[in-house]
Structures are given as structure tokens and as C-alpha cells.
Design a binder for this molecule. Sequence first.
Ligand code: HEC
Length: 160
Amino acid sequence: MNHSKQWIKLGVAALAISSFALMGCEESTGSKNKAPEIVSITASSTSISQAAETILVAVVTDADGDTIEYSWSAPKGTFSSTDNDTVTWTSPEVVEIITIELEVNDGINISKSTIDIGVDVYVPVVQPYYMGAEACSGCHSTTYAAWQETNHADAASAIL
Ligand code: HEC
């Protein structure tokens, strides 16, 4: 195969790639409105008892400064209101983790996020739940050092 043929092939490939990129570009600029961003949802408590309240606060930004409509929902429990950035949710009489969803709408785009509230169940505040042994080594240095010598120290390496 001669070299000029290879260059032509390269050129065709480059054209194909750049036209794909252009197509992608056109699609994303089709709607100039930027979606609202749910920066955070915090709860006054993520673990509550049955028929108890937690206050949910959402921080939402919108790059275009659009007015945001809030819509909270949950499979169980009741809200003080569902259309504010801050709402109070009262838990049902069950023992389970309830996922509360917030949908924000700027009139064109919608963003969603969720928060888990444990009802009579402990929900670890730190995510992910697995913290890693280093999180314990600072206070339990002797135990940590001894544990490191055991086979258990490497037991999870195949899955983590
Ligand atoms: C900020 C320091 C600190 C950190 C970090 C910490 N611990 Fe502890 N831990 C303690 C103290 C203090 C005790 C109580 C020791 C006692 O009563 O003798 C304790 C006790 C324990 C006990 C009971 C030991 C016994 O003999 O009864 C276990 C198990 C334990 N920790 C596991 C962990 C694990 C796992 C982690 C990491 C996820 C961790 N700890 C992180 C300070 C810490």
C-alpha cells in the first residue's frame, strides 16, 4: 500500500469524526436555555422516627436566572407544601428508607434529584457507606497495623 492512499484514508476518517462532532454541537445548541441545577438537598435530619418531621432545603441555581418551579414528591409521608425550596415532610408509620424526589422546572428544562430519609432506620450520612480502613486508622492505629498483616486486609481487593 502506498503512502498517499493512507493519507487519504486518514483524511476521510478525520472528516467523518469532525462531522460527528459538528452534529453533536448542533443538537446541544438547539435549545439555548440552560437547565436549572440542584446544587444540594439537605435535611434537618436524615434519620427520623415514625410520624416525625424533617425540614428539607434545596439549593438550586439557574444560569439564565429563570424563575424556578419546585415540585417535591415521595411515595409515602406528607408535605407541608410541595412547591417551595424549603418544605417540611412528615414521615409515615413504617420502618423503611423513603426516597424523596425534587423536580425543578425553569419553564423549559427539568432537573431532578433525590434524598433518602430513614424512618426508624439509620441512614449513614457519609456516602458511599464503605469508608475504607484508612478512615479508622487514625484512632485505631494498633488495630489497623495488626489487621494489615491479615488476609482480610486484601479480601475485598477483587471487588473494590
Ligand atoms: C475519632 C477516632 C475514631 C475513629 C476515626 C474510629 N474510632 Fe472506633 N473507637 C474510637 C473510640 C474512642 C472507641 C472506644 C474505645 C474504648 O472504649 O476502649 C472506639 C471503639 C471501636 C470499636 C469497639 C472496640 C471494642 O473493643 O469494643 C470498634 C469495633 C471500632 N471502634 C471500630 C471502628 C471502625 C471500623 C472505624 C472506621 C470506620 C473506627 N472505629 C473509627 C475512636 C475512633
